[in-house]
Design a protein around this ligand. Structure first.
Ligand code: IMP
Length: 428
């Protein structure tokens, strides 16, 4: 079986949690490669619902092993809370969860800096989980890693240094009180002992597993349009959700990834600020939001909703080398009379077919739409592609044509079973 990388191809919240859980049955290891507890991956199993932020959703499958890679930024309290939450729901992670010793840690000063910065003009609409400031410390080479935390002396030394700098930033730039070293040190030493059993060099581990031909799923968080390089900068997250992020975020070579699956919704949503050319401004936005339960899994913020944007998905397919797409939440469009697809943008009397690099240009872009007839039939119980209404099939085949890659999975409901497989071989 091959190693598959699962990438969000829009602005996150595409339904990666469901797909990862669905595909976990065939995988032995599920590895998260970037982001932090800004993510929210939802899995519905019958009446039961799991919302996970850090631990890969494959953990819900008994016996599956999960890795939190070096590219992830870890808030220890959030991780310990999640382990407890899983245990309370009957999922024991012992011997199945592994944390990279090279992953960077999130500290309270990161969340405080995130929050303080968001209060200023020109905000990004972050989740305020301290993700950006934690990656800032990593790149600034003053970050504190899991391996540092495992050694009290090294940790003490590094925490003193970094805290002095970050307290200065909090106090001088943001007029906020800084944090006390002793309290923070003791709290994190306590976390260290609780996390120690899970800590290892996960790059060695994942490479060994791959050598033995065990199937590995690589799990991205957020989406390509939130990628710090390829997203709508600066309205992005601070990591690389694109497939390339899987290599550096796990310590594997690009030749170890066999296939890349992009996840898209049958429409588009965005939580947080930033340009959104196909956003709906009519009451239809609210209608789709309610039907699709489009509220942030982490922050509960209402998501903005818009029509499917083929320019965006083509961009994601290119920068992530997506081989095939999974289309989620098709059923949310079941009642609509008309459905639109954006095929290009109009900018200053010109038609643009490629996603513009400059956000100021994107802000001025007006979508060029094709209008499709709605199928006005419930798709929620459909199990085979051929049983979908013909108008839904037409809509899907247009998405496939515009994206330039085949579709391999269609989701028509939150439950694992509400899934139509178009190409079983893709997942082998
Ligand atoms: P941050 O990742 O908290 O720094 O937020 C940066 C941007 O990414 C904001 O627009 C957030 O709303 C967005 N974002 C972060 N994580 C997610 C996610 O899991 N789904 C959707 N948007 C996200």
């Amino acid at each position: 079986m091959s190693n598959l990388c699962v990438v969000g191809a829009q602005w996150g919240d595409e339904g990666k949690g469901k797909v990862i859980h669905f595909l976990s049955r065939e995988a032995e290891y599920i590895c998260r490669y970037q982001g932090g507890n800004n993510a929210g991956h939802t899995v519905v199993i019958g009446e039961d619902k799991f919302v996970l932020h850090l631990v890969p959703s494959g953990i819900i499958y008994p016996g599956k092993k999960c890795i939190i890679g070096n590219g992830v930024v870890i808030n220890p309290q959030a991780l310990l809370d999640e382990i407890k939450y899983l245990r309370e729901k009957g999922v024991d992670v012992t011997g199945r969860l592994f944390i990279s010793d090279m992953a960077h840690l999130i500290f309270p000063y990161h969340s405080m800096l995130d929050e303080a910065k968001e209060r200023r003009k020109g905000k990004i609409g972050t989740t305020k989980r301290g993700i950006g400031p934690a990656y800032m410390d990593k790149v600034d080479r003053v970050g504190i890693r899991v391996c540092d935390l495992m050694d009290k002396d090294i940790f003490a030394h590094k925490l003193k240094d970094t805290l002095t700098m970050r307290n200065a930033l909090l106090e001088k730039v943001y007029q906020r009180p800084g944090l006390k070293y002793k309290d923070l040190y003791l709290k994190y030493c306590d976390y260290a002992e609780q996390l120690r059993p899970y800590v290892t060099n996960t790059s060695i581990m994942v490479n060994e597993v791959m050598k033995k031909n065990k199937k590995v799923l690589l799990e991205g968080a957020q989406g390509v349009l939130l990628d710090v390089d390829f997203g709508t900068y600066p309205y992005v997250t601070s990591s690389n959700p694109s497939a390339g992020g899987a290599c550096v975020g796990l310590g594997i070579g690009p030749n170890k990834i066999d296939k890349i699956l992009g996840i898209i919704k049958a429409y588009v949503t965005r939580v947080g600020d930033g340009p959104f050319p196909t956003r709906l401004t009519s009451s239809l936005e609210e209608k789709i939001r309610e039907k699709g339960a489009e509220y942030g899994a982490t922050t509960k913020r209402p998501r903005r909703v818009g029509w499917f944007d083929a320019v965006m998905v083509k961009h994601s397919v290119r920068v992530s080398g997506i081989d095939s797409l999974a289309v989620m939440k098709l059923d949310v469009l079941d009642d609509l009379d008309k459905i639109k697809i954006c095929t290009g943008y109009k900018y200053k009397n010109k038609i643009i077919n490629e996603y513009p690099s400059q956000t100021v240009i994107l802000e001025e872009c007006k979508p060029c739409y094709e209008e499709w007839e709605g199928w006005k039939t419930s798709t929620v119980k459909i199990k085979k592609y051929q049983d979908l209404p013909s108008k839904a099939k037409k809509y899907l085949s247009r998405i496939k044509q515009l994206a330039g890659v085949p579709l391999s999975l269609i989701s028509v409901g939150a439950d694992k079973d509400a899934t139509i497989l178009l190409n079983k071989n893709f997942f082998k």
